[in-house]
Design a protein around this ligand. Sequence first.
Ligand SMILES: C[S@@+](CC[C@H](N)C(=O)[O-])C[C@H]1O[C@@H](n2cnc3c(N)ncnc32)[C@H](O)[C@@H]1O
Length: 406
Amino acid sequence: MDDWTFNKAYTREYTHIYHDYPARMIPQVARKLLTLYGENAENIFDPYCGTGTSLVEAMLKGLNGIGTDINPLARLIASAKTDVNINHKRVMYEIEKFNETAFKLDPNIPKIKNLDFWFMESVYNKLGRIRSYIDSIENKDTKLFFMIAFSETVRESSNTRKNEFKLFRYNKEKLKNWNPDPFIIMNLKLQRNLKGLIQFEEQISNLKKIPSVKIYDYNSVNEMPNNGIKEDFANIVITSPPYGDSHTTVAYGQYSRLSSEWLSLIENENIDKKLLGGSKLEKTINFPSPLLNNAIRIISEKNMKRALEVCSFYNDLQLSIKNVGKIIKSNGYACYVVANRTVNSVILPTSDAIKDFFEYYGFSHVETYIRDIPNKRMPMKNSPTNVAGETVNTMLSEHIIVMQKK
Ligand SMILES: C[S@@+](CC[C@H](N)C(=O)[O-])C[C@H]1O[C@@H](n2cnc3c(N)ncnc32)[C@H](O)[C@@H]1O
């Protein structure tokens, strides 16, 4: 059976265990696409690499890769997950030293907006000690491994509600008894990630050649191809673009803010504006996609502001597809994993739009697979009219669109 659901599959093998992230792709999807369309491939490209799921899967099959993402936290996680120089023995030694000495260090607390609002005092003092320890790690790969565990420790010990992507603080009642210990959380993360690292190391060491992966910060809309990501680089693209603009779907910037501040990652402030659909068009435009045009027309009759938001998103998506197309070798494949969301009760035909855009730039359609989404963390409901309390299921299945360059 052509089953893409992977209902009971364990999605956190290898370095996939390292860090959570909104709307992560499940490794099994990338793995199956690589088996079907990447058999003789040497290079993969992911223009919205997030935490690097498809890059890790490609590495496990011996491919080299390039990923780009404009969220610094995503890049940090992807760099760690694809880093073949993190050595488990060195990490084990460092964890031991960390447990013996970190609690004695002076806290090094960076400038964090509303520190007392987002963290209990005992928590930020301990986080500051962990940060001091991480600063002192000399080996850059071991340090990266610790930074990733620290990022999740920051998030989990903060006062933010954990099942949300946006930053919302726990209510007063919950905060009365909220007393997490960042040292305990950090240790659990380190030990858990160490197991994934050992699995990854073992698999990579069985390959004939160690694959190399590079992660860049280029904006897929207007900053590539370039010297880092050259035309005709990739035999295959496997990617999952955002579902919509950050404001009305997943707020990647907000999700990453606290970790980025503690890790002193630059330029997190305005990333939501730079993500697909972040800068707004002033009038609607026509796309080379009749179904998309029709959906936008219906939305514009109900709510022009929403129609413009939607247009801005697809305009960026189309520009990005034009660029991605250039980076794929002739006969190479583009595999896009997306969900069709609903705006103002109108289903947006993203999967058709992607197919139409690629066709417009000289690709042919190979296949569109549909999969249920049993285990991806994403907002399943939103307000169709932006009226509080009114919700509709936005995404219950994913479409995997496969295109081939002629
Ligand atoms: C659905 S997530 C990708 C998740 C990834 N497949 C994973 O498994 O972790 C979409 C990503 O696109 C990134 N993104 C959005 N707009 C972008 C742009 N214009 N250029 C590059 N990356 C962008 C976001 O920062 C986010 O990390």
